[in-house]
Each structure stands twice: as structure tokens, then as C-alpha cells.
Design a protein around this ligand. Structure first.
Ligand code: GTP
Ligand code: MG
Length: 195
């Protein structure tokens, strides 16, 4: 999909602030600093619409990006960053629960994991949380540019095993650096937003 229009509509911390427009939403989930914002930027071909950072914890709110008046990408704060206070973590949990548990417009969640490592305990909890709410999940195994070609199949298999990925869910190897996997990601997203 060629994106001509991309706009950050709101950075929300609670339900009352979510956009009211009748457009489908695709949310991003993943560990802090794994590459969620970079994924968005690569898909829509903007260098820095979604703010990225080499320091974890850059994204702190639910950021609703409206694309072509067709759908929203919702960039969410990452999990699993050790240097976060208990109060902050509780705030995060409440914000995530509020959004993921009863958002009719949410059609699918793109969960980003690092292809170099086995998914963490936090990744497993996130995946189970999403499946608990019966949300379709597309797992993006990112930073593909950082491993050798010969390692790919083995790492993808590990991700399926550790997350216990369900058959209806898709796994796509991806790199925000090279753009590899981008067409597959778009194809999957389009199937969920009906475009
Ligand atoms: P938070 O908002 O803090 O949760 O982080 P995030 O998940 O949005 O991560 P972000 O996109 O800010 O990326 C974190 C770091 O990883 C940045 O330095 C990116 O340049 C780098 N990065 C992201 N994706 C890739 C990739 O596919 N390949 C490589 N080599 N680096 C990547
Ligand atoms: Mg981010």
C-alpha cells in the first residue's frame, strides 16, 4: 500500500481520548526497544513519523497514526524494560488492558520480536494475553539483517515453539534496515483491514 497521508492524530493515555473515526485499527506490541516504531516507519516509508530511539522506553502513550484515511496504526509502549518503576508498570498494564480488552475497531495485533533471540517470558505473556482476548496476531521477527542466512529457519522455528504460535497466526521475517519482509507484512495487514 502506498501511503500518501500519515498523521499522528493523538497520543492517548485513556479511552476517552481514542479517535472516534470509523476506521479499523492495527496495533503494535513488543518488548521495549525491539523495533516497533521502526517497523511503522519502514512500512509507510517515513524516516521518523514514529519516534525511534536507541534508548528503551521512547514511546509512552498509545499513538494513533492515521494512514490515507483508511486505517490507524496504534504504536504502544514496549514492555519488559527493567528500569521502570512499579507505579509506571501498573499504569502501563492498565492502559494496555483498557485498549486491548474491548476495542471493536482493533482488527489485528502486530507483535514484534527479535529474530536473534528466543522470545522472552514477557513475550510469551503478551502473546497469551492477546490470545485471551481472541485477537489475531501477526508476529514480525525483526532485525533479520543481524543474523546469517543459514540461521533464519532455525530461529523462526524457535519463535513458533516458544510462543506456541496458533495456526491462524502468521510469522514474518522482517528488517526495518533493509525492508525485507515488508510486502508480506503489508499483504497480511491488508487482509485484516479489508483493503
Ligand atoms: P520503544 O518505543 O522504546 O518501546 O522502542 P521501539 O520498539 O519502538 O524500538 P525502535 O523502533 O525505537 O528501535 C530501537 C532501536 O533498534 C533503534 O536504534 C533502531 O534503529 C533499531 N532497529 C529497529 N529495527 C531494526 C532492524 O530491523 N535492524 C536493525 N539493524 N536495527 C533495528
Ligand atoms: Mg517506539
Amino acid at each position: 500500500m502506498k501511503i500518501n497521508q500519515a498523521e499522528l492524530v493523538i497520543s492517548a493515555v485513556s479511552q476517552q481520548q481514542y479517535p472516534n473515526e470509523p476506521l479499523p485499527e492495527i496495533a503494535l506490541a513488543g518488548r521495549s526497544n525491539v523495533g516497533k516504531s521502526s517497523f511503522i516507519n519502514q512500512l509507510i516509508q517515513r524516516k521518523a513519523l514514529a519516534r525511534t530511539s536507541s534508548k528503551p522506553g521512547k514511546t509512552q502513550t498509545l499513538n494513533f497514526y492515521k494512514l490515507n484515511e483508511v486505517f490507524f496504526f496504534v504504536d504502544v509502549p514496549g514492555y519488559g524494560y527493567a528500569k521502570v518503576s512499579k507505579t509506571e508498570r501498573e499504569k502501563w498494564g492498565k492502559m494496555m488492558e483498557e485498549y486491548f480488552s474491548n476495542r471493536q475497531k482493533l482488527k489485528m495485533v502486530v507483535m514484534i520480536v527479535d529474530i536473534r533471540h528466543d522470545p522472552s517470558e514477557d513475550d510469551r505473556m503478551m502473546y497469551d494475553f492477546l490470545k485471551h482476548y481472541r485477537l489475531p496476531v501477526t508476529v514480525i521477527a525483526t532485525k533479520l539483517d543481524k543474523i546469517k542466512r543459514g540461521q533464519r529457519a532455525k530461529q523462526l522455528k524457535r519463535i513458533i515453539e516458544v510462543l506456541e504460535l496458533e495456526d491462524e497466526d502468521t510469522l514474518i521475517p522482517f528488517s526495518a534496515e533493509t525492508g525485507e519482509g515488508k510486502d508480506d507484512a503489508w499483504r497480511t495487514i491488508r487482509s485484516y483491514i479489508g483493503k
